[in-house]
Design a protein around this ligand. Structure first.
Ligand code: PLP
Length: 398
């Protein structure tokens, strides 16, 4: 045997296929890579109670959300748009329903399709609680509705949306039509829910579901789109036949494997971890309310009960949230005052605005989001630090 340049003892001279083995190559290293990819696909599928062929790996949830939304529209547009009405041909645009607190990868994609006159979009507002009323989704459904896209849990205020009830509303609508209709489809951005909530796609009643590795500890930079078997999408990109032609391009085998393992680990103890974080969050809130009493009015943004166990979003009287975040950061505590995707926007949080018409963008809210390494002592330090910050700035903001 010649001297090898791989861990498995082979000589790798297929760098044109990929610098690390390409799962599409027929040689042994390629077969290993393919097996790793398919094992990861099986793990992810089992976490969602789905079939492996319903899992599409992407570069992240922005791409998964785009593939779900644009994939449906691009596939259906030629069949839906030209309908003969009497002697005149009439263009009927496909219609999407979404909410006003979705991630920009959903909202901006819908807006872009609407601007290009490819889609009609209805944005249903959430209630003051930060939760959507399924009845409002029901009222928004029209003959040409092809897709309802609602996030599972919000990234800023952590509120959990009633996905099963929304699925039920859609099911009833389809039954009332002919019982055979497959439209509208339900797409769920489950990015923030991945660590803590039920992801069984059958129980949830979803057709499309997006996930990302960037929110699961230890996971690689990777995205997932679950696509039910009977749903057809058009790919976003032209290219090879990877991911059954729905996501061309050389696969990120390492990222996919890391994602599958990290998800499996997170899901093994997710109920225990959710309970621990809920207790920690309640402890944080109790302490904060105690030290603020008679000092400053604090507001919890969004419903507290129907909320991710690791999230709190708080407005501290009239003290700007950016100021609090910077003061916390100077003392070693990293929280945030706006979503990372909109950090350059000066308009303040559109999510906080959606739940409160009197929202002051200068003030905003501070998001505290806890994770695997958060301990009670971290909470104690954060509270005492917040106390100092409030004492220092309160007089300027009354
Ligand atoms: N959807 C939600 C709810 C998110 O919070 C994020 C990222 O923060 C995304 C989508 C986009 O994910 P990615 O960064 O993997 O594209």
């Amino acid at each position: 045997m010649p001297k090898s340049n791989t861990k498995s003892g082979h000589i790798y001279i297929d760098y044109a296929a990929s610098a690390s083995p390409n799962p599409s190559s027929i040689h042994t290293e390629g077969v290993f890579a393919k097996r790793t990819l398919e094992d990861a696909r099986r793990i992810v599928a089992s976490l969602l109670a789905a079939h492996p062929d319903e899992i599409i790996f992407t570069s992240g949830a922005t791409e998964s959300n785009n593939l779900a939304i644009q994939g449906v529209i691009n596939y259906l547009t030629p069949t839906l748009s030209l309908t003969r009405r009497g002697r005149r041909e009439k263009w009927i645009l496909p219609h999407i329903i979404t909410t006003n607190i979705e991630h920009p990868s959903v909202l901006e994609t819908c807006r872009m399709l609407e601007e290009r006159k490819l889609t009609e979009v209805t944005i249903v507002p959430v209630e003051r609680s930060g939760i959507i009323d399924p009845e409002k989704i029901k009222k928004a459904i029209k003959k040409n509705t092809v897709l309802v896209s609602v996030m599972y849990a919000n990234n800023e205020i952590g509120t959990i949306q009633p996905i099963r009830e929304i699925a039920k509303v859609i099911r009833h609508y389809k039954k009332s039509k002919s019982g055979k209709d497959t439209l509208p489809l339900l797409h769920v951005d489950a990015v923030q829910a991945a660590n803590y909530l039920d992801l069984n796609v059958e129980r949830l009643g979803v057709d499309l579901l997006s996930l990302t590795g960037s929110k699961v500890e230890g996971a690689g930079r990777i995205g997932v789109l679950y696509k039910k078997r009977n749903v057809t999408l058009a790919p976003l990109f032209g290219g090879g036949d990877q991911e059954r032609g729905l996501r061309p391009g050389t696969e990120n085998v390492l990222g996919v494997a890391e994602f599958a393992n990290a998800c499996a680990l997170a899901r093994t103890n997710f109920e225990r971890e959710a309970k621990r974080l809920t207790e920690l969050r309640d402890y944080f809130l109790e302490k904060l309310q105690k030290v603020s009493r008679g000092v400053l009015d604090i507001t919890i943004n969004g419903n507290l009960k129907e909320r991710l166990p690791n999230n709190l979003n708080i407005t501290f009287g009239k003290i700007p949230s950016d100021l609090i975040v910077l003061e916390l950061s100077a003392r070693g505590v990293m929280a945030s005052s706006k979503s990372a995707c909109k950090s350059s926007s000066s308009e303040g949080s559109y999510v906080l605005k959606a739940i409160n018409p009197d929202f002051d963008p200068e003030v905003g809210g501070v998001r505290f989001s806890f994770g695997r390494d958060t301990k009670k002592t971290d909470i104690d330090y954060t509270i005492s630090t917040l106390q100092k910050i409030v004492a220092k700035h309160k007089k300027w903001y009354t």
